[in-house]
Structures are given as structure tokens and as C-alpha cells.
Design a protein around this ligand. Structure first.
Ligand code: ADP
Ligand code: MG
Length: 684
């Protein structure tokens, strides 16, 4: 007999029982080809594993049973309703079955014949009865008995219809290519792919379901990891030409007014290990706001410079670049290390001078903004590049700075509190170190969510803090008043506070549209405590560190993501004084209140991110959608962490054996099928 193998790439309309009309509806479920249908997985299953006897039927549950029709089907009318009923029996008893308006039942059920029924058992005047049961022939029992798949639906598509066409597709014995060999599958306890595809739809037992799910989830996460690692290998397979000898960092540590935390020390060890190894460093340092990442960066820079290399530190804003320049400059000056800064407000003449001194290696360390990646910036001997607040930059910018040298060690730093599982994925091409400890004696910032009608009290509180010598940030979502949005703006609030509420205090404002020099000047005056209240947009979100500031007021707080709120809150609580964050919001929706409540109850960025993820789902999380992460069919980043970890190890092992996937042709094919476009995008 001819092997009527089904073409998986064929349009779904050519499957028997579909046709163009249904194909159009199926398109709404993203089912376009037959393969799409096979990969349209059930959301859950209905237990139809047990075949009951009539005397065992359980009231108020859906039961599957087999019985013989013993009475002709009766039909009576009640108004518009046609009620059809009959009796069936087996060795253990008799049961009444009822349907409404389904006249074809009369033709379908033949007296004396045995059928399989499935439906909800009810109590009919003390006797068991079943209303509107489904009817199957005995030959269909094999298909029906088991776990019945429940699919997500759309208008015009029913469970039964999907079940039917799924069966038709599987009757054609579709074969998916296996991407793993037997040894690999055995090692990772993975079911065979065609078994899994079949059993995700038509499992007989929950054990089958879990086998199938495990395999399919493994595949999804494995391919993602493989894609990320392939990128890593292609961009970083370069020979390491920099060479670092061990450096004594004590002279640097001696300058610090504090001891490093254990977490900082651990991360520094990770960095040293990378730098002294023969592999080029590509490390993400993640640490909550205020955990002390800057010093870690400074020590890496110190090691590079002591080895005769230049180092660059890139920050997303001029304000932050200036701050780093001041903080690190104060240490490096004492150690005879030359530091310079380049931002967009650096004058042309000054920049020319810096560019030439960089080229001649008169400058050891350069700090700056995006300006650092411009073409005219050339180094004599760059060995280390650090990007601060990496989430503000794209992968490309990070690589461009790295490309300024032959082989450059890279550290990227972020406070964006991404749960570990997700950072593995988002930054899967990086090694990860986490500063999971705060410097000692940090008091948590007290956080309150208030509505606008408490404004007078909030203002009183602000005044009290200022009288005690402290400083205050007020953050608004807008720069200027906007007719369509009823949101607080920096301009309006500034006028009001300066001219009415806080006439006697020094109030200033700051936003992204101002000239860099203006911004720097205001920031400098704030640092010098010449400004009591700074009204600003989120330009102050990242990195800013003024330890005398103790109050952060955020207007229309519901308009900000939790990550941003946490970052903003991190601007206070940086010194010895007790600090406060006041989240103003008039949004009474449940979701909004739930989200802001998370801010009240937690000071840990990681925890906040985790909860935000649970509330909103990964799709909305920190713009992951724009980051090129695929949407998974089955895998769930929250619950499948263990599998994710396994796939990471599995991918590493595989690539060690077969770096270019020469002996895994099918796997390679599938990888490019799924990630081809992104792989090429990210490797060029
Ligand atoms: P972030 O991780 O948010 O970039 P910073 O590097 O700006 O944090 O550090 C926040 C503040 O904590 C700075 O004032 C810094 O000097 C201080 N700091 C860093 N490490 C320690 C430590 N181990 N003990 C005490 N203070 C520290
Ligand atoms: Mg920082």
C-alpha cells in the first residue's frame, strides 16, 4: 500500500474536514499549516480514563460508560423544546438519557445496540440520569477513553471540532523529525518526539501527559538556549590577545571608607577569574539598586590599568557619567591613574584633546555616555569595557564599544531586577554574577501609597524633612501639561510649588529636554544641598546618588512600571538617614492597587520583579516583547525553571562535543528554522 505521508507544511484547508471557511477561522488561532495544528496544544485535559458501570456513575461528574439501548427514543414537546429520551442498561443497572432539540438522536441510536456515552450524571428524582451525553460507537472507544484534550478556542471553533480534525490529522500518521539521538534522550529522560506530539493531544494517562510535556518544553527551552549560545560562540570565539597578570588590589581597597560586602567580594572573584583566564570575559553583574556595583567596576578597571591597559566605563546619562567621574576620579587620582570624561556636553576642543591623549595612552580610564562609541574615539590599548545600567543600551551598542579593541574584556552592569531565570534567557550570551547583598546598616525605605487628597499632608511632611536638613525628589510623568492626559507635569508642579506651596524653600526642576549643561548645574547644586526640592522626570531614575536626599515622591505612580518605581525609590535611602517613598495615585483599579501594594511590602528588586511577573505575565515584563524573545507554546518561565537549567547544561555539553552542530544536522535545521532570522540579526 502506498504510504500516504502527510505534508506538514501544507495549508490546513487541505486537511479532510477543514476547507477554506474553517481554515479562515483556524487562522485566528494561528493555525495555518498542518504542523501548526499539530503544535496547537491543549490547555488542560478532562479525565475520561475510567469506563464506569451504570451502578458506579458519580453524580455531578462527567462519566464515560458503555451501555445498550433498551427502549426506543421518545420525543415530547414542551413549547419550543423537543425533549428526547431513552433508557440504556448494562449488567449493573438502567439509566435514563436525555437530549434537547437534537432530533437526529432518534435515527442515530438503534435499540439493542451498544454505545459509549460521555456526559454529566444528575439525580433525577432519586435515580441517576445523564443529560445530553455524547455518543460514540464502540470502535471509537479507543480514541475517546483517556484524557480528553481541552483546547483554547475562538468563535466558531468548538472543542469537538478541534478534537475531530486533530484526530484526522493524526490518522494520517504525521511524522516529525527527531532532533535528539537515543543516548541524549536517555540521559535527559526525554520521550521520543512523535510519542510526545501524539500524547500531548491524546494521552491515556497523566503520566503520558507529563512525559510529553517534559519533552516539548525541553525542546522549546533547549532551542532558545542553543540560539543564545550560538550567538555567544560566534561573537566571542575570538582569540584572546589581552593578557592579565594577578594584581594586588589592596592599595585600592585601602582608599575606601568601607569594607566590601561578601557579595561584592564574590563578584570581584568571578571577574578576576575571567580576566586571568584564557577566555574573553563577557559578564553581567546584576545587583539591586544601591548594592554597590560602581566599586566592583572600579576594581576591575584598577586591575586592567595595572596590567597596562586602558579601560572605558559607559553610562546612559550625562548626569550619571559625571557622578562616576567624580566618585572614581577621587580614588584614581590618589593612585596616579589618569581619568577623563566625554559626554555630549564636552566642548569640541576639549574632546579633541582627550581623543589624542587616549590614542597616545596618556589617559588610562575614560568615562562617558554614548559618545564613547563614536567613530573618532580610538584607544591605544583598550583592555576592558564596562557598561553601566546595561538595560538602557542595546546589545549592539555594547558590542560596538567592545569592538574598539582586538579582544576586549566586557562587563555589563544592571540593577534592573530581572528574576534570575529570566536574566539567563535575556542575557543568555553573558555569564552572570549577582550582588545579592546590601551594604550593612542600610535601612529599608519606608513606602506609602496615598491618593491625591492627602496632598496637604504629604507637603507638610516634605517641609518637615527639609527643615531637618534633608532633600526631596518629586517625580512627574510629564514635562509639560498635556491636554489629553490628566497627569502631573514638571512645569505645572514647579510653578505651583515654587510660587505657592514652598515659596520659602529652594525648588528646582530637571527634565530630559534641558541642555546637558543646565542639567549638570542643577544636579551639582542639588548635590551641594543648595536645592531643597527637585522636581523632575525620570531622568534621575538611574544611578543618581545623593545621600542627603531622603524623600522620593512619585506623582501618578500607577503610570510607571514597578521596575522604574523601584529604581526611583533607590535614589533615597543611600545614607544614614531614614528615608521615605511616597507613591501618589488616584487609580482605584484592583490591578493598580495590587501593583503599588507590592512596592509597600517589599524593598527587594528581585522580589518585586517576580511579583510583577506573576501579576502581568512575562509578555509585558520590561518590554521583553521587544527583546526578541519568542512566545513559548508550552514552556513557562516561572514554573519550568528546572528544565531551563537542564537545557543550559545540555546545550553547553552538546556544543563542547560538536561546536558547529556538524553531527546534529536535524537539530541545526530546526534551530535555523526557528531562530534563523534572529541569529543572523544578532551575529552581524
Ligand atoms: P549601585 O549598585 O546602585 O550602582 P552604588 O555603586 O552607587 O550602587 O553604591 C551605592 C552607595 O553605596 C555608594 O554611596 C557607595 O559608595 C556605597 N557603597 C558601596 N559598597 C559599599 C559597602 N560595601 N559598604 C558601604 N557602602 C557601600
Ligand atoms: Mg549604579
Amino acid at each position: 500500500m502506498e504510504n500516504k505521508e502527510i505534508n506538514l507544511e501544507a495549508n490546513i484547508q487541505y486537511l479532510k474536514g477543514v476547507g477554506p471557511k474553517m481554515a479562515e477561522l483556524l487562522m485566528k488561532l494561528n493555525i495555518i499549516t498542518i504542523k501548526d495544528l499539530l503544535e496547537y496544544y491543549p490547555r488542560q485535559y478532562e479525565d475520561r480514563t475510567k469506563l464506569y458501570h451504570i451502578d458506579e456513575l458519580i453524580e455531578n461528574e462527567n462519566n464515560l460508560f458503555m451501555a445498550t439501548v433498551v427502549k426506543p427514543v421518545q420525543s415530547i414537546r414542551r413549547g419550543k423544546l423537543a425533549i428526547l429520551s431513552t433508557y440504556v442498561s448494562d449488567d449493573t443497572g438502567v439509566c435514563k438519557l436525555t437530549w434537547f432539540n437534537q432530533k437526529y438522536i432518534k435515527e442515530k441510536l438503534k435499540i439493542g445496540n451498544k454505545y459509549v456515552f460521555f456526559g454529566k450524571v444528575i439525580n433525577d428524582n432519586g435515580k441517576k440520569a445523564v443529560e445530553t451525553p455524547m455518543i460514540y460507537s464502540l470502535s471509537e472507544l479507543d480514541k475517546v477513553q483517556g484524557l480528553y484534550p481541552i483546547y483554547p478556542l475562538t468563535a466558531g471553533i468548538t472543542q469537538n471540532y478541534l478534537f475531530k480534525i486533530m484526530n484526522i490529522a493524526y490518522d494520517n500518521k504525521p511524522l516529525v523529525e527527531e532532533i535528539f539521538d537515543d543516548g541524549f534522550r536517555k540521559k535527559y529522560s526525554l520521550a521520543e518526539i512523535n510519542f510526545s506530539m501524539q500524547n500531548i493531544h491524546f494521552p491515556k494517562t497523566f503520566h503520558d501527559v507529563s512525559e510529553a510535556r517534559r519533552r516539548l518544553i525541553f525542546d522549546e527551552l533547549f532551542l532558545l538556549q542553543l540560539a543564545l549560545m550560538t550567538i555567544k560562540n560566534s561573537t566571542l570565539g575570538k582569540e584572546k590577545t589581552t593578557k592579565f597578570n594577578s594584581v594586588d588590589i589592596k592599595p585600592f581597597l585601602d582608599l575606601l571608607p568601607f569594607q566590601l560586602t561578601n557579595a561584592q567580594n564574590r563578584v570581584i572573584e568571578d571577574i578576576k577569574k575571567d580576566m586571568y583566564s584564557s577566555k574573553i570575559m563577557n559578564r553581567l553583574v546584576q545587583g539591586d539598586v544601591g548594592s554597590g556595583k560602581t566599586i566592583v567596576a572600579a576594581i576591575a578597571i584598577y586591575i586592567a590599568v595595572k596590567n597596562g591597559y586602558q579601560a572605558a566605563l559607559m553610562a546612559p546619562t550625562t548626569i550619571l557619567a559625571n557622578q562616576h567621574f567624580e566618585e572614581l576620579g577621587q580614588y584614581f587620582d590618589k593612585l596616579g591613574i589618569t581619568v577623563e570624561i566625554i559626554t555630549s556636553s564636552t566642548t569640541k576642543k576639549r574632546k579633541q584633546d582627550i581623543v589624542s591623549r587616549l590614542k597616545s595612552h596618556e589617559i588610562d580610564v575614560i568615562i562617558g555616555t554614548h559618545s564613547l562609541i563614536e567613530d573618532d574615539i580610538e584607544f591605544n590599548n583598550i583592555g576592558l569595557v564596562i557598561t553601566d545600567e546595561q538595560h538602557r543600551f542595546g546589545v549592539k551598542q555594547r558590542m560596538m564599544l567592545g569592538n574598539k579593541g582586538e579582544s576586549v574584556e566586557t562587563i555589563v552592569m544592571t540593577a534592573t531586577p530581572i528574576p534570575r531565570t529570566l536574566s539567563i534567557i535575556l542575557y543568555g550570551d553573558l555569564d552572570l554574577s549577582i550582588i545579592d547583598e546590601m551594604p550593612p546598616d542600610r535601612k529599608p525605605v519606608k513606602t506609602f501609597v496615598v491618593s491625591d487628597n492627602l496632598e496637604a499632608r504629604v507637603n507638610e511632611f516634605i517641609r518637615k524633612q527639609v527643615k531637618e536638613g534633608r532633600q526631596v525628589y518629586i517625580v512627574c510623568p510629564l514635562v509639560e501639561e498635556n491636554e489629553t492626559l490628566e497627569l502631573k507635569s514638571v512645569q505645572t508642579l514647579y510653578e505651583k510649588y515654587k510660587n505657592e506651596v514652598f515659596q520659602d524653600l529652594s525648588v528646582e526642576f530637571l527634565h530630559g529636554k534641558m541642555k546637558n549643561r543646565q542639567k549638570d548645574e542643577i544636579m551639582q547644586r542639588f548635590k551641594n544641598n543648595e536645592v531643597n526640592i527637585l522636581i523632575s522626570t525620570t531622568v534621575i531614575e538611574v544611578g543618581i546618588s545623593v545621600s542627603n536626599a531622603t524623600v522620593m515622591v512619585i506623582e501618578n505612580a500607577d503610570r510607571f512600571g514597578l521596575a522604574a518605581l523601584h529604581q526611583l525609590r533607590g535614589r533615597v535611602g543611600r545614607g544614614a538617614h531614614e528615608s521615605f517613598c511616597i507613591l501618589k495615585s488616584n487609580n482605584r483599579s484592583l490591578q493598580s492597587r495590587q501593583r503599588l501594594k507590592i512596592m509597600e511590602s517589599s524593598n527587594s528588586g528581585f522580589e518585586i520583579a517576580q511579583k510583577d511577573l506573576e501579576l502581568r505575565g512575562p509578555g509585558d515584563f520590561f518590554g521583553i516583547r521587544q527583546s526578541g524573545l519568542p512566545e513559548f507554546k508550552l514552556a513557562n518561565l516561572l514554573t519550568d525553571v528546572n528544565v531551563l537549567k537542564e537545557t543550559q547544561d545540555a546545550v553547553k555539553e552538546l556544543l563542547e562535543e560538536d561546536r558547529n552542530l556538524e553531527h546534529h544536522i536535524q537539530l541545526k535545521k530546526e534551530l535555523f528554522n526557528q531562530y534563523g532570522e534572529q541569529l543572523t540579526k544578532r551575529t552581524t
